[in-house]
Design a protein around this ligand. Sequence first.
Ligand code: FFO
Ligand code: GTP
Length: 554
Amino acid sequence: MVATTNQSFTQSSSLVKNENKLDINTSTSSHQSTIFCLSSGKGKCGIAVIRVSGQACRQVLKDMAQFHHMPIPRQAVLRKIVDSGNGVVIDKGLVIFFPAPHSFTGEDCVEFHLHGGPAVVSALLCALHSIPGCREAHPGEFTKRAFMNGKLDMTEVEGLGDLIHAETEVQRRQALRQMDGDLSQLYQGWRADIIKCVADLEAFIDFSEDQDIEEHVVESVKSRVGKLRLEISRHLHDNRQGERLRDGVQVVILGEPNVGKSSLMNALSQRPAAIVTDVAGTTRDIIETHLNIAGYPVLLSDTAGLRDTADKVEKEGVIRARKRAEQADVKVVVLDLQQWQNCKNNNRKSSITEFVISQINSLGLQLYQASASSLQILNADLSDSDSTPQLVDEEYCQTIIVLNKLDLVQGNTLEDLKSIDNKVLNCAVGSCLEAQSGRELEPNSPVDFPSVCCVSCTTGEGMQEFLAILESKLKIMCGDPLAGSPSLTQARHRSHLTKCLADLEQFGQMTPADDFVIASEALRRVLREIGKLTGKITTEEILDVIFRDFCIGK
Ligand SMILES: Nc1nc2c(c(=O)[nH]1)N(C=O)[C@@H](CNc1ccc(C(=O)N[C@@H](CCC(=O)O)C(=O)O)cc1)CN2
Ligand SMILES: Nc1nc2c(ncn2[C@@H]2O[C@H](COP(=O)(O)OP(=O)(O)OP(=O)(O)O)[C@@H](O)[C@H]2O)c(=O)[nH]1
């Protein structure tokens, strides 16, 4: 066995060398031009920061800030800053030198912190232009250099991009975690595991006449690959929590005409985003607004009231509403309590539960919301590496039922409403939806029943409770970005990892009669995919797509 270990080690290092041949992420920046850019926001501001990165930085310091010796690294110094072309003083500002490799880009960097007037900024940019070898940076070019110089891997770069684009607190937390390398570490760890497996397997291929090695090595590799398969499965089947948080949660308001959908939309967005009238069928097109609800990014849509109609325009609106409902992460179904009050007034016996159920049924929406298969994997036994988890990707969504126009409910009806226990109502409605879905769930599988609440969009009563429910649903849909292992955040990652999983599964089905060379090739493909994920293997095309979305000056 000692021999095997040694063999693994040499295999392992040759493997790394082989892989590096595919690596274009090794370029040195010595031949590149020096780039500069305004990194703070455009327009008048207190202080403007202009960054310079590249070989000409030392010349810039000499010519523009009269440093005859290089300043102490990373220490701000107040200097007169001069246009070296004409000797004119541009401003008196702070200058910081970050010598390579200890800078953001890994190259020599200089920062000018100036007074934020547009004329000051443009004079400095102009002066930099005239220094030989200097040019203005493209969007994301500083970060691209940081990536090229190995300061950040691709997932960290993407985290940084997300941090800049983060509009809400929870998005910020997820992006920061990714920028800090949590996702990178997870993927690098998987890569290291596979490298070991390939090394062991290839050592076995070279020394297969030794039966002792076969037993141990092949079995151990199979079991390690099995564990990894399960880990990647779990990471992929997370109900897209991280992606949802990054892209925004789709919350869709649905219901019959005139029940108060647009009023709810306006109450949530605190502005008259949608037209409200007492004419049934007012909203036709989908009306969207972006909201920050408790730190979660939400794309809220108001939709046309669901009903059969001969009106051509309204009909199209209803089709769009149903389509949007299918894409919803959270469905907010609005019902009109005045209709229940009318039932009661007409002496038609109807409990609130019956009313809710019959109304929901008549809307013809798919509101059932368990994602049993995805949740199953979370409970799967990690040690049982031979069982390939069978996962079906189900759409997972949450439903809130809002009983609106609470202010119109009076007398006995109001008392009836107040007497009902919310939990009982939630369960009754939930069971009904479960039955309606026609699907059998295993006992104890976690199902989130829809939550029911009463509000008045006119008086604001119940709105806090509704918001609290919505918040809890957003939490379920996005998870806590700081808890547990980091989430998958992008379709790009999903696509690479799905390919990895397919190859790992192919490997798992290998039998002793199979060719181990082919099996090890499957593992090498996994390595290549993870390499693409972290940017160890990349192409200009991919880089362009990723850096395109960065701001100028980043
Ligand atoms: N003025 C200023 N503020 C800024 C930045 C900047 O470039 N300039 N940043 C730009 O995004 C962010 C900070 N990120 C930075 C990341 C690395 C290094 C850096 O010098 N890294 C060196 C040394 C590390 C150390 O000493 O701990 C290195 O990695 O070797 C600097 C800033 C946010 N604030
Ligand atoms: N009393 C009372 N009236 C409400 C409440 N919410 C909405 N309304 C009224 O109900 C009517 C319909 O409201 P909308 O918000 O336009 O209803 P909608 O569901 O968007 O209607 P459509 O666009 O037809 O689908 C308007 O006259 C609102 O003022 C409420 O809580 N109490």
